[in-house]
Design a protein around this ligand. Structure first.
Ligand code: ADP
Ligand code: MG
Length: 317
C-alpha cells in the first residue's frame, strides 16, 4: 500500500477569533467547528494531517484575565509560558473535540490528540532585544499609548487593522516533543501540536528546559514541524483566500502560483506585511528550501478547492 501523504496545516489564531465582537468561547468553538469541518474534508479525501495553530488573540486574552484578576483580587499572575500552555489546552480541546465529532459523523475511524508542545529557542537570540510579535486583541492608538506608558508594553500598528502589544519572537530550533508527534502520526492519529508556535523553552545549560518570556511565530514553528516530519505538503490556512501584491491598494493583484524566487522578489519589494503575511511566506520558503516540496496559502473554506488547484496561492520551488 502506498504511504498516505501527510500535510502540516497551520491555522491562524485570527481565523479562530474572527473579530473583537467574536471572542466568546462559544464564538471560538463555532469557528473551530467550521475550520475542522474543512480539515475533515481533507482527511476524508485521504490526507494524513498534523495541525498547528496560532494563539495570538487567545494568549492575549488569557494574559489579560491574569493581569485584571491580579490587580482586582491579588490572585497570582500567570507567566507567558504558562499562558501559552493554557492556550494550547484550550484551543487544542476545541479543535480536538470538534474534529472527533466530525470524523465520527462521517464514520472515519481515526483518533485525534493534542500534544502540549515545547519548542526550543536560543536565549541569546537577538529577538529578545527587539520584540516584534503581536499578541492580544487590537487597541486604538490611544489605548496602545496608555499601555506603553503604564505597563511598559512594546506596541505597534498591525497591517492597518489597529494597534497591538508585541513580545520577543525568537526562532524555533527544535520541537521538543518531535518523537512523540512522529509516533502518533505513524499510528494514524491526527495530531494537534506546536500550538501558538509551541511554548518557547531554552536549555539552562545542564539539559533542563525552562520557559522563555516570548512567543514563537506559529508559521515558523509549523514550518519546522513540516520539515522535521518530512511532510508532503505545508498548508497555511488564514483569513485570506489568496496572497496579494499591493494588498489593500487599488492596484491589488491576487496571486495563483509563484516560485520561491518570485516570493523572495516580492518580499524585497515589501508586498507582505510584517507580523502577518511576511512570516507566512518566509516560513514557506524555509520549508521549500529544505524539502523541495510545495506549499499553499488559503482560507479554511477554500482548502478543498485549493487542493484541486482551483484557488489559493501555491508557492513552488
Ligand atoms: P493568522 O492569524 O492566520 O496568522 P495574520 O493576521 O497574522 O493571520 O495574517 C493574515 C493577514 O495578513 C491577512 O488577513 C491580511 O489582512 C494580511 N496581509 C498582509 N499582507 C498581505 C498580502 N500581501 N496578501 C494577503 N494578505 C495580507
Ligand atoms: Mg499571524
Amino acid at each position: 500500500m502506498d504511504r498516505k501523504k501527510t500535510a502540516v496545516i497551520a491555522i491562524g489564531g485570527n481565523s479562530l477569533i474572527k473579530s473583537n465582537a467574536h471572542q466568546s468561547i462559544e464564538d471560538q468553538y463555532q469557528a473551530a467547528k467550521e475550520t475542522t469541518f474543512h480539515i475533515a474534508d481533507m482527511i476524508e479525501s485521504g490526507w494524513n494531517v498534523a495541525i498547528g495553530h496560532g494563539n495570538g488573540p487567545q494568549v492575549g486574552l488569557i494574559l489579560r484575565q491574569s493581569e485584571v484578576s491580579a490587580k482586582a483580587e491579588g490572585t497570582p499572575e500567570t507567566p507567558l509560558d504558562v499562558c501559552g500552555a493554557e492556550s494550547q489546552g484550550m484551543i487544542g480541546f476545541m479543535l480536538q473535540q470538534n474534529l472527533q465529532n466530525e470524523l465520527f459523523q462521517r464514520k472515519i475511524n481515526q483518533n485525534v490528540a493534542t500534544v502540549i508542545t515545547q519548542v526550543l529557542v536560543d536565549i541569546n537570540d537577538p529577538a529578545f532585544k527587539n520584540p516584534t510579535k503581536p499578541i492580544g486583541g487590537f487597541m486604538t492608538e490611544e489605548q496602545a499609548r496608555h499601555k506603553r506608558d503604564e505597563l511598559g508594553w512594546s506596541v505597534v500598528e498591525d497591517a492597518g487593522r489597529g494597534w497591538r502589544r508585541v513580545v520577543a519572537s525568537p526562532d524555533p530550533k527544535e520541537v521538543v516533543e518531535l518523537d512523540t508527534v512522529k509516533a502518533l502520526i505513524a499510528a494514524g492519529v491526527i495530531v494537534i501540536t506546536v500550538c501558538g508556535g509551541g511554548i518557547p523553552v531554552y536549555d539552562k545549560g545542564n539539559g533542563d528546559y525552562v520557559g522563555a518570556p516570548a512567543v514563537i511565530d506559529k508559521d515558523f514553528a509549523s514550518s519546522l514541524l513540516a520539515q522535521e516530519i518530512d511532510a508532503d505538503l505545508f498548508v497555511i490556512s488564514t483569513a485570506v483566500e489568496k496572497v496579494a501584491l499591493n494588498y489593500g491598494k487599488p492596484n491589488e493583484q491576487w496571486l495563483d502560483r509563484i516560485t520561491s524566487a518570485e516570493a523572495r522578489q516580492y518580499i524585497s519589494e515589501g508586498h507582505f506585511a510584517k507580523g502577518s503575511m511576511l512570516p507566512k511566506v518566509q516560513a514557506i520558503l524555509r520549508y521549500l528550501d529544505n524539502t523541495g516540496k510545495q506549499a499553499l496559502i488559503t482560507n479554511p473554506e477554500n482548502i478543498g478547492r485549493a487542493l484541486k488547484g482551483e484557488t489559493g496561492t501555491w508557492i513552488v520551488p
